[in-house]
Ligand binder design. Sequence first.
Ligand SMILES: [Zn+2]
Length: 303
Amino acid sequence: MKVNFSLYYHPLYSDGLDKTARFPVDRYRMIAEKIRLLDVGKKILIKEPRQAKREEILLVHQQDFVDRFLAGDLSEKEIRRIGLKPWKKEIIDRTLHLVGGALEGLNDLLNGATIAGNMAGGTHHAFRGEGSGYCIFNDIAIAAEIALKTESVNRILVIDLDVHQGDGTAEIFRNDPRVYTVSLHGENNFPFRKKISDFDLGFANGTKDEEYLSQLDQVLKGLINESFDLIFFQAGVDGLDSDSLGLLSLTRAGLKKRNAQIFQFRRKVRKPLLIFMGGGYSKPIEDTVDAFCDLFLGASEEI
Ligand SMILES: [Zn+2]
Protein backbone atom coordinates (compact mmCIF):
# COMPACT_ATOMS: atom_id res chain seq x y z
CA MET A 1 0.00 0.00 0.00
CA LYS A 2 1.28 3.45 -0.86
CA VAL A 3 1.75 5.58 2.23
CA ASN A 4 1.54 9.34 1.96
CA PHE A 5 2.52 12.28 4.07
CA SER A 6 -0.78 13.92 5.03
CA LEU A 7 -0.62 17.68 4.89
CA TYR A 8 -3.71 19.65 5.85
CA TYR A 9 -4.66 22.76 3.95
CA HIS A 10 -7.86 24.76 3.58
CA PRO A 11 -8.48 27.61 1.10
CA LEU A 12 -9.67 29.70 4.05
CA TYR A 13 -6.09 29.71 5.41
CA SER A 14 -5.54 32.50 2.89
CA ASP A 15 -9.09 33.54 2.03
CA GLY A 16 -10.20 33.91 5.65
CA LEU A 17 -7.88 36.90 6.07
CA ASP A 18 -8.33 40.33 4.56
CA LYS A 19 -6.09 41.03 1.57
CA THR A 20 -5.04 44.36 3.08
CA ALA A 21 -3.87 42.85 6.41
CA ARG A 22 -0.25 43.53 7.32
CA PHE A 23 0.47 39.83 7.08
CA PRO A 24 1.59 37.58 4.20
CA VAL A 25 -1.96 36.41 3.56
CA ASP A 26 -1.15 34.67 0.27
CA ARG A 27 1.61 32.44 1.60
CA TYR A 28 -0.71 29.49 2.31
CA ARG A 29 -2.15 29.40 -1.18
CA MET A 30 1.30 29.89 -2.69
CA ILE A 31 2.80 27.04 -0.67
CA ALA A 32 -0.06 24.69 -1.61
CA GLU A 33 0.35 25.55 -5.31
CA LYS A 34 4.10 25.16 -5.26
CA ILE A 35 3.98 21.85 -3.39
CA ARG A 36 1.56 20.44 -5.96
CA LEU A 37 4.14 21.36 -8.63
CA LEU A 38 7.26 20.17 -6.82
CA ASP A 39 5.96 16.95 -5.31
CA VAL A 40 6.64 14.92 -8.44
CA GLY A 41 6.63 11.60 -6.58
CA LYS A 42 3.17 12.43 -5.20
CA LYS A 43 4.24 11.59 -1.69
CA ILE A 44 2.21 14.41 -0.18
CA LEU A 45 -1.52 14.08 0.18
CA ILE A 46 -3.01 17.55 0.65
CA LYS A 47 -6.29 17.22 2.53
CA GLU A 48 -8.94 19.69 3.70
CA PRO A 49 -9.29 19.65 7.47
CA ARG A 50 -12.50 19.68 9.46
CA GLN A 51 -13.27 22.50 11.86
CA ALA A 52 -12.25 22.14 15.50
CA LYS A 53 -15.21 21.86 17.85
CA ARG A 54 -15.96 24.34 20.61
CA GLU A 55 -15.56 21.58 23.25
CA GLU A 56 -12.08 20.83 21.93
CA ILE A 57 -11.02 24.48 22.16
CA LEU A 58 -12.44 24.67 25.69
CA LEU A 59 -9.92 22.03 26.82
CA VAL A 60 -7.40 24.90 26.79
CA HIS A 61 -9.14 28.25 26.49
CA GLN A 62 -11.44 30.19 28.78
CA GLN A 63 -15.10 29.90 27.88
CA ASP A 64 -15.76 33.62 27.88
CA PHE A 65 -12.90 34.25 25.41
CA VAL A 66 -13.91 31.35 23.16
CA ASP A 67 -17.58 32.27 23.02
CA ARG A 68 -16.95 35.94 22.40
CA PHE A 69 -14.56 35.09 19.55
CA LEU A 70 -17.05 32.66 18.02
CA ALA A 71 -19.76 35.31 18.25
CA GLY A 72 -17.52 37.94 16.62
CA ASP A 73 -17.54 39.89 19.87
CA LEU A 74 -13.89 40.40 20.83
CA SER A 75 -13.05 43.93 21.89
CA GLU A 76 -11.02 46.28 19.69
CA LYS A 77 -8.16 45.98 22.20
CA GLU A 78 -8.20 42.19 22.05
CA ILE A 79 -8.23 42.26 18.24
CA ARG A 80 -5.37 44.77 18.18
CA ARG A 81 -3.24 42.46 20.34
CA ILE A 82 -3.83 39.63 17.88
CA GLY A 83 -3.32 41.65 14.70
CA LEU A 84 -4.26 40.25 11.24
CA LYS A 85 -6.49 43.33 10.88
CA PRO A 86 -8.90 44.25 9.39
CA TRP A 87 -10.88 41.16 10.37
CA LYS A 88 -13.59 39.76 8.17
CA LYS A 89 -16.21 37.35 9.39
CA GLU A 90 -14.50 34.39 7.69
CA ILE A 91 -11.70 34.62 10.26
CA ILE A 92 -13.91 32.56 12.57
CA ASP A 93 -14.23 29.61 10.18
CA ARG A 94 -10.57 30.01 9.23
CA THR A 95 -9.50 29.71 12.85
CA LEU A 96 -11.64 26.62 13.39
CA HIS A 97 -10.20 24.93 10.28
CA LEU A 98 -6.67 25.94 11.29
CA VAL A 99 -7.03 24.22 14.66
CA GLY A 100 -8.86 21.37 12.91
CA GLY A 101 -5.83 20.86 10.65
CA ALA A 102 -3.65 20.21 13.67
CA LEU A 103 -6.23 17.83 15.14
CA GLU A 104 -6.53 15.90 11.87
CA GLY A 105 -2.75 15.52 11.76
CA LEU A 106 -2.78 14.37 15.38
CA ASN A 107 -5.46 11.83 14.54
CA ASP A 108 -3.27 10.44 11.77
CA LEU A 109 -0.43 9.98 14.25
CA LEU A 110 -2.70 8.29 16.77
CA ASN A 111 -3.73 5.92 13.98
CA GLY A 112 -0.17 4.90 13.22
CA ALA A 113 1.30 7.57 10.91
CA THR A 114 4.89 8.51 11.71
CA ILE A 115 4.59 12.09 10.52
CA ALA A 116 1.84 14.54 9.51
CA GLY A 117 1.57 18.29 9.11
CA ASN A 118 -0.71 21.30 8.96
CA MET A 119 0.00 24.04 6.42
CA ALA A 120 -0.90 26.74 8.97
CA GLY A 121 -1.00 27.17 12.72
CA GLY A 122 1.67 26.78 15.30
CA THR A 123 -0.21 29.57 17.04
CA HIS A 124 2.08 29.57 20.06
CA HIS A 125 1.44 33.13 21.30
CA ALA A 126 -2.17 32.40 22.26
CA PHE A 127 -2.85 32.22 26.02
CA ARG A 128 -5.79 30.60 27.78
CA GLY A 129 -7.82 33.77 27.94
CA GLU A 130 -6.47 35.93 25.13
CA GLY A 131 -4.86 35.87 21.73
CA SER A 132 -1.63 37.62 20.77
CA GLY A 133 0.83 38.06 17.89
CA TYR A 134 -1.27 36.64 15.00
CA CYS A 135 -2.49 33.80 17.24
CA ILE A 136 -6.09 33.34 18.38
CA PHE A 137 -6.36 29.79 19.77
CA ASN A 138 -3.28 27.74 20.66
CA ASP A 139 -3.46 24.75 18.32
CA ILE A 140 -0.36 23.16 19.87
CA ALA A 141 -1.93 23.20 23.33
CA ILE A 142 -5.33 21.99 22.11
CA ALA A 143 -3.76 19.10 20.19
CA ALA A 144 -1.66 18.25 23.26
CA GLU A 145 -4.69 18.12 25.58
CA ILE A 146 -6.58 15.89 23.16
CA ALA A 147 -3.60 13.59 22.67
CA LEU A 148 -3.12 13.30 26.44
CA LYS A 149 -6.68 12.02 26.80
CA THR A 150 -5.72 8.88 24.90
CA GLU A 151 -4.19 5.87 26.60
CA SER A 152 -1.12 5.77 24.38
CA VAL A 153 0.07 9.32 25.12
CA ASN A 154 1.39 10.25 28.55
CA ARG A 155 3.88 12.96 27.67
CA ILE A 156 4.51 15.26 24.72
CA LEU A 157 7.64 17.05 23.60
CA VAL A 158 7.05 20.45 21.98
CA ILE A 159 10.03 21.71 19.96
CA ASP A 160 9.36 25.30 18.96
CA LEU A 161 11.92 26.65 16.47
CA ASP A 162 9.96 29.71 15.35
CA VAL A 163 12.13 32.78 15.81
CA HIS A 164 9.61 34.11 18.37
CA GLN A 165 9.41 32.45 21.77
CA GLY A 166 6.48 30.07 22.25
CA ASP A 167 5.26 32.10 25.20
CA GLY A 168 1.61 31.03 25.12
CA THR A 169 2.45 27.34 25.03
CA ALA A 170 5.09 27.78 27.76
CA GLU A 171 2.60 29.57 30.03
CA ILE A 172 -0.26 27.12 29.42
CA PHE A 173 1.91 24.13 30.35
CA ARG A 174 4.13 25.87 32.88
CA ASN A 175 3.14 23.61 35.77
CA ASP A 176 2.17 20.60 33.70
CA PRO A 177 4.80 17.84 33.60
CA ARG A 178 2.89 16.05 30.82
CA VAL A 179 4.12 18.56 28.24
CA TYR A 180 7.82 19.39 27.90
CA THR A 181 8.20 22.72 26.12
CA VAL A 182 11.38 23.69 24.29
CA SER A 183 11.82 27.04 22.57
CA LEU A 184 14.79 28.27 20.54
CA HIS A 185 14.23 31.87 19.54
CA GLY A 186 15.66 35.33 19.03
CA GLU A 187 16.48 36.75 22.46
CA ASN A 188 15.66 40.34 21.45
CA ASN A 189 12.53 39.58 19.47
CA PHE A 190 8.82 39.55 20.29
CA PRO A 191 7.55 38.58 22.86
CA PHE A 192 9.68 41.08 24.77
CA ARG A 193 8.66 39.67 28.11
CA LYS A 194 9.51 36.00 27.77
CA LYS A 195 7.65 33.25 29.59
CA ILE A 196 9.41 30.23 31.07
CA SER A 197 9.50 27.08 28.93
CA ASP A 198 10.95 23.85 30.28
CA PHE A 199 13.94 24.73 28.11
CA ASP A 200 14.65 28.12 26.54
CA LEU A 201 17.53 29.21 24.37
CA GLY A 202 17.70 32.76 23.07
CA PHE A 203 19.97 33.73 20.17
CA ALA A 204 21.66 37.07 19.60
CA ASN A 205 20.65 39.20 16.62
CA GLY A 206 22.36 38.12 13.41
CA THR A 207 23.04 34.53 14.53
CA LYS A 208 24.16 32.45 11.55
CA ASP A 209 23.64 28.83 10.49
CA GLU A 210 26.73 27.29 12.04
CA GLU A 211 26.09 28.62 15.55
CA TYR A 212 22.36 27.90 15.39
CA LEU A 213 22.72 24.35 14.09
CA SER A 214 25.43 23.37 16.56
CA GLN A 215 23.34 24.68 19.47
CA LEU A 216 20.29 22.82 18.18
CA ASP A 217 22.36 19.66 17.92
CA GLN A 218 23.32 19.97 21.59
CA VAL A 219 19.72 20.60 22.62
CA LEU A 220 18.48 17.54 20.72
CA LYS A 221 21.21 15.39 22.26
CA GLY A 222 19.95 16.45 25.70
CA LEU A 223 16.36 15.63 24.78
CA ILE A 224 17.16 12.01 23.91
CA ASN A 225 16.90 11.19 27.62
CA GLU A 226 13.45 12.76 28.11
CA SER A 227 10.49 10.43 27.94
CA PHE A 228 7.65 11.36 25.57
CA ASP A 229 5.22 9.67 23.21
CA LEU A 230 4.76 12.36 20.56
CA ILE A 231 6.82 15.23 19.15
CA PHE A 232 5.17 18.50 18.15
CA PHE A 233 7.39 20.63 15.91
CA GLN A 234 6.63 24.34 15.50
CA ALA A 235 8.60 24.89 12.31
CA GLY A 236 8.45 28.66 11.75
CA VAL A 237 10.90 29.86 9.11
CA ASP A 238 11.09 33.44 10.37
CA GLY A 239 14.72 32.96 11.35
CA LEU A 240 15.58 33.48 7.67
CA ASP A 241 17.92 36.33 6.91
CA SER A 242 15.35 37.96 4.60
CA ASP A 243 12.57 37.79 7.19
CA SER A 244 11.12 41.18 8.04
CA LEU A 245 10.42 40.20 11.67
CA GLY A 246 13.24 37.76 12.34
CA LEU A 247 16.53 39.44 13.36
CA LEU A 248 18.48 36.21 12.81
CA SER A 249 20.57 35.48 9.71
CA LEU A 250 19.80 31.90 8.82
CA THR A 251 19.92 30.74 5.21
CA ARG A 252 17.48 28.57 3.32
CA ALA A 253 20.09 25.79 3.32
CA GLY A 254 20.55 26.27 7.06
CA LEU A 255 16.83 25.87 7.69
CA LYS A 256 16.82 22.71 5.58
CA LYS A 257 19.57 21.35 7.81
CA ARG A 258 17.59 22.41 10.87
CA ASN A 259 14.59 20.42 9.63
CA ALA A 260 16.82 17.46 8.82
CA GLN A 261 18.15 17.52 12.41
CA ILE A 262 14.58 17.29 13.73
CA PHE A 263 13.72 14.47 11.32
CA GLN A 264 16.88 12.62 12.32
CA PHE A 265 15.97 13.09 15.99
CA ARG A 266 12.54 11.62 15.26
CA ARG A 267 14.10 8.58 13.65
CA LYS A 268 16.40 8.12 16.60
CA VAL A 269 13.69 8.29 19.26
CA ARG A 270 11.11 6.56 17.03
CA LYS A 271 8.20 8.76 18.02
CA PRO A 272 5.56 10.26 15.72
CA LEU A 273 6.01 13.88 14.69
CA LEU A 274 3.36 16.52 14.03
CA ILE A 275 4.42 19.65 12.13
CA PHE A 276 2.84 23.01 12.92
CA MET A 277 3.80 25.56 10.31
CA GLY A 278 4.64 28.71 12.30
CA GLY A 279 5.80 32.13 11.16
CA GLY A 280 7.46 33.42 8.01
CA TYR A 281 7.45 37.05 6.84
CA SER A 282 10.24 37.31 4.31
CA LYS A 283 10.49 40.00 1.74
CA PRO A 284 10.12 38.78 -0.92
CA ILE A 285 7.37 36.41 0.23
CA GLU A 286 8.83 33.75 -2.12
CA ASP A 287 11.67 33.14 0.37
CA THR A 288 9.13 32.13 3.02
CA VAL A 289 7.22 30.00 0.52
CA ASP A 290 10.41 28.21 -0.59
CA ALA A 291 11.51 27.54 3.00
CA PHE A 292 8.11 26.04 3.87
CA CYS A 293 8.10 23.94 0.67
CA ASP A 294 11.53 22.62 1.72
CA LEU A 295 10.06 21.74 5.11
CA PHE A 296 7.06 19.81 3.82
CA LEU A 297 8.91 18.14 0.93
CA GLY A 298 11.63 17.15 3.40
CA ALA A 299 9.00 15.71 5.74
CA SER A 300 7.49 13.69 2.90
CA GLU A 301 10.86 11.99 2.41
CA GLU A 302 10.52 10.62 5.95
CA ILE A 303 7.55 8.42 5.00
ZN1 LIG B 1 7.35 33.78 14.62
